[in-house]
Ligand binder design. Structure first.
Ligand SMILES: [Zn+2]
Ligand SMILES: [Zn+2]
Length: 287
């Protein structure tokens, strides 16, 4: 039987019926450019440790103490705050994802299944959500990351590929080199890459992506990603991007964009799920 995955770690001082945090005691708010976790207004001084952070194991005088649940939760919030999740996605959860049709209901179920099967003590597969823009892929990715942190205590990072490249370039300019920026992305339990394959496809971009994917592959650590490109290769030459833009060549696919080596590693280690359906952004605009 499949193991039951742990629920979201709740603050012991949270109001179980609170409609704002659903009893978890944690709210995600915008903090500058990033999403950050904080106490919900319903949270009172922790009843388990009375705010000391330590819980006696017995009634005995000088009983052994253990770290309180509220401290584990604080540690998870710090992981979440350091994950680099964009502020515009502070409300993106699995619960706030409204499936448009049966297909998207199935996608949401697949994401929930990934969360349920994630095992912090074992090797985990990756997950690539692909499909056209505006289908809610990043929403699902962020919702999953958030749950991996608060259900499993997974250390996660979110990167938008174009931002990573810009950071790397400015890092090179001040002589920090690639390792300082890449190492933290290799070390985390789960790395989420938004907009995989987007970019200008320069040699530099290819080198960075290859380094990142190869090192995580060798360390057996999963990559979660969104991409606008379908799995496979169209045979279209990357150098021939001009004809693609003119609509005269075959549409590029993920392998064309990230290179065969990176693609085959992702193929081997990850499940690919197509996200179809109406354009979420368009719907919002109309509403
Ligand atoms: Zn609350
Ligand atoms: Zn406590």
């Amino acid at each position: 039987m499949a193991s039951r995955h742990p629920p979201e770690l709740a603050h012991p001082g949270a109001e179980p019926e609170c409609p704002d945090c659903r009893g978890s005691g944690t709210l995600i708010r915008r903090a500058g450019e990033r999403a950050a976790a904080q106490d919900c207004h319903c949270v009172v001084v922790c009843p388990d440790c009375r705010g000391t952070g330590l819980v006696p194991q017995s009634e005995a005088f000088r009983a052994r103490v253990k770290r309180c649940r509220c401290q584990t939760l604080l540690a998870r919030r710090r992981i979440f705050d350091a994950a680099n999740i964009p502020a515009r996605h502070s409300d993106s959860t699995r619960a706030s994802f409204v499936p448009k049709g049966r297909h998207q209901t199935a996608v949401l179920a697949a994401v929930s299944k990934y969360l349920a099967s994630y095992d912090p003590r074992a090797d985990n597969r990756g997950l690539i959500l692909y499909g056209q823009v505006g289908r809610g892929k990043t929403h699902l990715l962020v919702g999953l990351l958030r749950d991996l942190v608060f259900h499993h205590g997974a250390r996660v990072k979110f990167v938008e590929f174009s931002h990573l490249l810009a950071d790397l370039k400015s890092g090179f300019d001040v002589g920090r080199g690639m390792a300082a920026l890449i190492d933290p992305l290799v070390e985390v339990d789960v790395l989420a890459i938004d907009e995989l394959g987007k970019g200008r496809n320069t040699e530099f971009e290819g080198t960075v992506l290859d380094e990142l994917v190869s090192r995580r592959y060798n360390a057996v650590r999963p990559i979660l990603a969104t991409t606008n490109f379908a799995p496979g290769s169209s045979g279209a030459s990357v150098a021939n991007a001009a004809s693609v833009q003119l609509g005269t060549g075959p549409s590029p696919m993920l392998s064309d964009r990230v290179g065969e080596r990176v693609y085959s590693r992702l193929r081997e280690t990850s499940d690919f799920i197509e996200v179809q359906g109406e354009d979420h952004r368009e719907l919002r605009g109309r509403g």
